[in-house]
Design a protein around this ligand. Structure first.
Ligand code: ADP
Ligand code: MG
Length: 877
């Protein structure tokens, strides 16, 4: 059974490779295919929708599942696998099958992971592609380093942000595609929410094994030793070690990028990024167009798109740098129509950083170098357009960096022909005159071909056969062809080579010599061109760092020009950003909804001041616009601090350093935690970390539990924010009772979103008005939602009955029958002058040192106490 015994060594070889690359999908080259076997074959077949077959029976008669992809299309498939988060090892045949004794030797020639690819076809788009390493010191703190090897940008810092997920919040804005964390410790909490690809580091069997990294191996721009913290150093070194084993050529080009002066930026924790839908929609199935980024992305370059994305997820928190960015935007706005000239010149610039990365990784396609050449020329044009007017400081810096390295411009201009071939093995890579050796071989080839034409003519004449032709085929090379009727006149020095249907083919000494010369000339040209190409790429490679710098400047200019363009075309205004704690907006609009709703969107004001008027409590029925309003406030702050102009008549933003949101439900609910527990954990983190420079947006606090607990917590939270934290805060609540209490607080206000009651139902006006409302219009909303009429009529009847019994009008109607009246009495009593033990106990709680579990227990006690005197009968629970 020759077949079966042949399959076994192959599978053994495959298993051997699998064992050395744990966690990787091994694509194993067999002939013209990359194959996978066993479970991986099933997986590949499922993920890529390729046919699952079986390899012939092995010695035990078992058939092994097998699935593969054709080698010429492997990049496309790699792209799909990598975007799904798989790590792939490509195992190639490293000796010629014809000369192999026994099994062909195979080795892994490439490891492709989501965070280390540079090819466009694998990346699938121009967005940043970060690889991050985390050094987790426990409790969510530590250090991180993040690198995008497709643009050369490296960031690092401490993950000392707020709450228990500081480290995660620090890297969330990078949206890393791949995360490494320290071996031995468990996966950082929540990392799975950020990316599909995570691995422990060092992976024991990484090849070559990542040894210790010496300081000299860090890219040159890095602060050495004393400057950076040891933790950050560690995070950097891990990335270096990992890159050294996967992408050794990239290292020298990577540049450390500062995230703004002193690294100060607006901290958006990972939840806020999601809740505000800055870059990704809450619901991944949402149609495009729901995120802030989607509404703002009118960039015209790939670099600009990345910059805009980065700015919106990493807004600044430093007045001077925000104003500097605004000045740049303003000066572009002031250019009027000529702004569009700059944008259209920018639009001609290819993704230079990516091309540079592919040069560094030697995975560049020739036409991309044409793109680099043209992009450098277009950059020069952009720079001269900029120079037409005086530049504010930020634009001066940008303009200074848009400075294509002359040596590179020169090299590309003299070396490359106007259009380049699609691949680097088809010839015609260089202009005539650039590579003398290539030219010499090409001239030799042309001369030999000319002699061939002469030879054909000479043989025709001497033999008198008019139809004698020189031809060529792959197998026999050049030949003379003579058709059957003329065979008698074939000259004596012709030697027969082949017979075809209507003719005979011949060769001769002269023809063979010419053929040898032509072949030699072609091979000479090809190898001379290949080695010149390699040299040429090495020459271009020297400028990769400069191209990265240029590309960053192009990205910055494009992002600034986009802000200016939006301001011009959508009438946005420049917000006043200062060091106050004011947040004042006139006729502000929701940046995203406003785009969809147009004039149907109702603008609203914002008036907050941490010093005097810091807390706003929003009531109002479902669907009245509470959540929209709160998101709008958050998004306007993000935009203002990113340097953008904003959709409003007027805006003043005292710089916010931390933005916290707690909105609706988060993904963790599906993971077995109760919604109340999740909510309390989030609120606890906020109360612990927020300060007077924060903006806190809490939507429906206490909703995850029954009325009493929820109300008590909502009240205590509100008091803490008002008295202790003193952050600018907006709370939306169903608990109408809270609004009574707010009246007793010096720096808090009630407001609600207006509703008009008409003859045939109610109309949501979405207009913010002072004061509270106690109407929930729940039945109206239920009708809108399609609850059957019979059920609604019964509900209306019940509601009337409850109201006439004087049960009170809890905003949600969720309260148990006696709930609202009773609770109000307790809490109102608490706010009166006489001492109340319950209130005292509540205010003595030290929230800073209270774990969520403890909080829950304490609440239980408080509730029991609260109920005890009046529920003496103990009829309930
Ligand atoms: P709530 O949180 O009070 O239940 P939402 O904020 O979810 O209400 O708003 C419900 C809907 O009302 C939104 O989907 C939007 O279509 C509309 N809406 C909200 N605010 C406005 C506004 N200012 N102008 C126009 N429509 C609005
Ligand atoms: Mg809501």
């Amino acid at each position: 059974m020759p077949d079966a015994s042949a399959s076994t060594p192959l599978l053994e070889q495959y298993e051997g490779v699998k064992a050395r690359y744990p966690g990787h999908l091994v694509l194993f080259r067999v002939g013209d295919f990359y194959e996978t076997f066993g479970d991986d074959a099933r997986l590949l077949s499922r993920e890529l929708d390729v046919v699952l077959t079986a390899r012939s029976p092995d010695t035990h008669g078992a058939r092994t599942p097998m699935a593969g992809v054709p080698h010429h299309a492997v990049e496309t498939y790699l792209g799909r696998l990598v975007r799904k988060g798989y790590k792939v090892a490509l195992c190639d045949q490293v000796e010629d099958a014809r000369f192999a004794k026994g099994l062909v030797r195979r080795e892994v020639t490439r490891v492709v992971t989501p965070g280390t690819v540079v090819e466009d076809r694998i990346l699938g788009g121009p967005d940043h592609n970060f690889l991050a390493s985390l050094v987790d010191t426990g409790h969510g703190a530590g250090a991180f380093a993040a690198v995008d090897i497709t643009t050369g940008e490296w960031f690092h810092g401490l993950g000392d942000g707020p709450g228990a997920d500081g480290l995660l919040s620090a890297i969330a804005p990078f949206q890393p595609r791949e995360i490494l964390w320290n071996a031995g410790s468990s996966e950082p909490r929540g990392a799975a929410l950020l990316t599909a690809t995570r691995r422990e580091f060092p992976s024991a069997r990484l090849e070559p094994a990542p040894g210790p990294v010496t300081a000299g191996e860090l890219p040159p721009s890095f602060p050495s030793g004393a400057l950076a913290s040891p933790l950050i150093d560690e995070a950097d070194r891990r990335l270096v070690a990992y890159l050294r084993s996967t992408q050794p050529r990239m290292l020298p080009h990577l540049t450390l990028v500062e995230r703004g002066p002193g690294g100060r930026r607006l901290v958006l924790d990972s939840k806020t990024l999601r809740h505000l839908e800055i870059r990704r929609p809450m619901n991944p199935d949402d149609p495009k167009g729901t995120t802030l980024f989607d509404a703002w992305d009118e960039t015209v370059t790939a670099a600009g798109r990345r910059t805009l994305s980065f700015w919106l997820t990493n807004p600044l928190a430093d007045v001077a740098s925000i104003v500097e960015r605004q000045d740049a935007v303003q000066s572009l706005v002031d250019r009027g129509a000529s702004l569009e000239e700059i944008r259209s010149a920018l639009g001609r610039i290819a993704d230079l950083a990516r091309i540079a990365s592919r040069v560094a990784g030697r995975r560049v396609r020739p036409p991309e170098l044409g793109g680099l050449r043209d992009g450098l020329a277009a950059s020069t044009a952009v720079r001269s357009l900029l120079a037409e007017r005086p530049l504010p400081s930020r634009l001066r810096a940008v303009s200074a960096s848009i400075d294509p390295p002359a040596a590179l411009v020169d090299l590309l201009a003299t070396a490359l022909p106007e259009t380049l071939p699609p691949t680097d093995d088809a010839g015609e890579l260089f202009r005539v005159g650039h590579a003398p050796e290539v030219d010499r071989w090409r001239a030799e080839e042309a001369a030999a071909l000319a002699e061939l034409a002469d030879l054909e003519r000479a043989e025709q004449q001497s033999s008198g056969i008019k139809g004698l032709k020189v031809g060529y085929n792959q197998v026999f090379g050049y030949y003379f062809e003579v058709t059957k009727p003329h065979l008698a006149r074939v000259p004596a020095h012709f030697r027969r080579r082949q017979t075809v249907a209507q003719a005979e083919r011949f060769t001769s000494d002269v023809l063979e010599e010419l053929e040898r010369r032509i072949r030699e000339a072609r091979e000479g040209a090809r190898s001379a061109e290949a080695s010149r190409w390699e040299e040429f790429l090495a020459q271009v490679d020297r400028h990769v760092g400069e191209v990265y710098r240029l590309a960053r400047a192009i990205g910055e200019l494009d992002a600034l020009a986009t802000f200016a363009h939006l301001a011009q075309t959508r009438g946005y205004v420049r917000p006043t950003v200062d060091d106050s704690t004011v947040l004042l907006v006139r006729d502000g609009r929701h940046p995203v909804l406003d785009r969809g709703l147009g004039s149907a969107f109702v603008p609203n004001d914002v008036e907050l001041d941490a010093a005097s008027d810091r807390l706003l409590v929003l009531t109002g029925p479902n669907m009245s616009g509470k959540s929209t309003y709160m998101r709008q406030v958050g998004l306007l702050v993000v935009l203002a601090q990113a340097g953008s102009f904003v959709p409003a008549k007027f805006a003043r933003v005292g710089v916010v350093t931390q933005l916290f949101t707690r909105m609706g439900f988060t993904d963790e609910i599906g993971r077995g935690k109760s919604s109340f527990m999740v909510e309390m954990t989030e609120v606890a983190e906020i109360l612990r970390a927020a300060d007077a420079r924060s903006l806190v947006l809490l939507d429906e606090v206490g909703r995850g539990t029954s009325t009493f607990d929820g109300l008590a917590i909502a009240w205590a939270t509100l008091r803490h924010l008002h008295d202790a934290t003193q952050a600018r805060s907006i709370l939306a609540t169903h608990y109408h009772q809270l609004t009574e209490l707010v009246r007793g607080l010096s720096a808090a206000r009630n407001a609600h979103l207006a509703v008009r009651e008409g003859a045939d139902g109610i109309v949501f006006l979405h207009r913010l008005v002072p004061g509270s409302t106690d109407r929930s219009y729940g039945i109206h909303v239920a009708r809108l939602a399609g609850i059957p009429e019979g059920v609604l009529l019964e509900a209306e009847r019940l509601l009337k009955q409850l109201e006439s019994e004087g049960v009170g009008t809890g905003a949600t109607g969720k309260g148990r029958g006696r709930g609202p009246r009773y609770t109000q009495a307790v809490l109102l009593a608490g706010s009166a002058a006489e001492p109340d033990p319950l209130r005292e106990e509540l205010s003595a709680i030290d929230l800073d040192h209270l774990s969520p579990v403890e909080a829950h227990r304490r609440l239980g006690e408080l509730r029991a106490k609260a109920r005890a005197p009046r529920d003496a009968g103990g009829a309930e629970e």
